[in-house]
Design a protein around this ligand. Structure first.
Ligand code: NAD
Length: 257
């Protein structure tokens, strides 16, 4: 338990269940005394969050519904956030979605609709969220999103999500330029594979995991807590000079051929 995020109001988007990377980050941020606001997608995620926050002994948690598929939903969520806090110091965007049947087979079979859906939820949502967060980030701060190596390499079956992540990482750089003068940093964390609900949607994910352990320099999987530690660093006063960066937290997987 520390106080690296004491007096910081941080929005966490993307907790669905206890395996969610966003929940790993939230737990770490709670340990460091952050004041967290959560957006959730769907009643099941809300119920999970309520249960987890009781377990963490958080009184009066702020949980706001937000399906990021429309600007109106995002604007509505931020108007509710404004009722709760005057200033936001951080945003953790841990959201992605693609049709399961497009996370397998030939990438060229991706439908127009499926392509746009993956881009919309997994990439554009960061742009809209950042636009809405900026007016509240009057003291500077940190915006973080989650990416994967499939943005940089053609990873089997990752397909349309890899292309969405490439757009997401490019967005991070453009947003970093836009937000820099307001002392707001924008970065992505490229996490190694972690068993979560989203990851299991990629066909052959368990096969990928077997290969990962053999090939990765550190000969082990990355832990959600290690991703959370990097998010903590970026959101704390230690990470203030880093922006537009894509930090690999993957036990070195991205460096091997
Ligand atoms: P997860 O399934 O727990 O999280 C994905 C979240 O996206 C869920 O909370 C879900 O509710 C939310 N979401 C989906 N559609 C939404 C919508 N329309 N509106 C709002 N929220 C919506 O899985 P995760 O692995 O924790 O994924 C979090 C992020 O980490 C994603 O961006 C994912 O691509 C990325 N990531 C995951 C891995 C991995 O191996 N698990 C590796 C690298 C990056």
């Amino acid at each position: 338990m520390g106080s690296m995020l004491k007096n910081k109001n941080i929005l966490v988007m993307g907790v669905a269940n206890k395996w969610s990377i966003a929940w790993g980050i939230a737990k770490k941020f709670i340990e460091e005394e952050a004041n967290l606001i959560f957006t959730y997608f769907g009643e099941k995620s809300k119920a999970n969050l309520e249960k987890f926050l009781v377990e963490e002994e958080i009184d009066n948690p702020c949980l706001i519904s937000c399906d990021v598929s429309t600007d109106e939903n995002i604007e509505k969520a931020f108007s509710q956030i404004k009722e709760r806090v005057d200033v936001l110091h951080g945003v953790v965007h841990s959201i992605a979605f693609a049709n399961k049947d497009e996370l397998q087979g030939y990438y060229y079979n991706t439908s127009r609709e499926g392509y746009l859906l993956a881009q919309d939820i997994s990439s554009y949502s960061l742009v809209a969220v950042s636009r809405n967060a900026k007016p509240l980030m009057t003291e500077g701060g940190s915006i973080i999103t989650l990416s994967y190596l499939g943005a940089e390499r053609a990873v089997t079956n990752y397909n349309v999500m890899g292309v969405a992540k490439a757009a997401l990482e490019a967005s991070v750089r453009y947003l970093a330029v836009d937000m820099g003068e307001d002392n707001i940093t924008v970065n992505s964390i490229s996490a190694g594979p972690i068993k979560t609900t989203s990851a299991k949607g990629v066909r052959g994910f368990s096969t990928l995991l077997k290969g990962f352990e053999k090939r990765v320099p550190m000969k082990r999987f990355v832990k959600t807590e290690e991703v959370a530690n990097t998010a903590l660093f970026l959101c704390s006063d230690l990470g203030t000079g880093i922006t537009g960066e894509n930090i690999h937290v993957d036990c070195g997987y991205h460096i091997v051929g």
